[in-house]
Design a protein around this ligand. Sequence first.
Ligand code: HEM
Length: 265
Amino acid sequence: MQRPCRRGLLVSLAVAAAAVVAARLMGWGGFSAGLRLFLPEELARYRGGAGDPGLYLALLGRVYDVSSGRRHYEPGAHYSGFAGRDASRAFVTGDFSDAGLVDDVADLSSSEMLTLQTWLSFYEKNYVCVGRVVGRFYGEDGLPTTELTRVEAMMAKGAEAKKQAQEERRKFPPCNAEWSATKGSRLWCSQESGGVSRDWIGVPRKLYKPGSKEPRCVCVRTTGPPSDQPLDNPTHRNRGDLDDPSLGEYPGCPTLAVTCSFPLS
Ligand code: HEM
């Protein structure tokens, strides 16, 4: 069975408290039953070479035994740079140079942190967690550092932003668009436009968003209650999201037209 490296803070605290006691009883390395604390120089021995004690890598301070994926990580393999260290940053940047294979993620955005979370889920699912590295993300007592707490908060922020973006995409799916040097341009909606499969088609509108200079074309539902009202609201005007204040009509395009054509004049 795989040992989960990622647990809630309370569990981490309980494990860490036990670890402190265990470490006192067993000396360095007695983090908790089966989970070890590694110093970075100790982890560096686990690169899967001849005579190495194993093949491990770390991500956000969690150490995984990746020997079952040897073909990816062993010396000479494409991802050998990840072996024996915490190179969290490179999981986002793809910079596999010595300068890039580091654990400094301080300047990453919340959506980049989400990429790290996806990688963490990948390692949790596919490999066995064997311990934690003492350093940026875990202290000598095995407790999460303030940096790890900050990273986890950024991940939560990234997940929330992603959820909101997905909800907005369902509410306002992108239009289809085409342009030709002879005919001009055309914007139109369909039940699959923007890759959002739905049971309505909608009409093209400009969506203005704070922070972006140019509006973009989205398809807007024209019947039923607005998306932010319950379906059984008896007082709605049966105009779907047409009255959303962030929308604008395309000049020259009939209000309820599914297709807006802008021929070259
Ligand atoms: C940020 C950039 C990237 C990172 C951090 C990354 C990381 C990784 C890692 C860690 C693995 C091993 C996964 C395992 O343990 O099973 C892997 C496998 C793989 N990667 Fe990447 N990768 C990146 C970009 C790419 C790109 C651009 C391609 C293709 C154009 C690619 C193609 C592959 C393939 C095909 C495998 C599987 C190889 C196999 O199963 O033999 N990767 N990648």
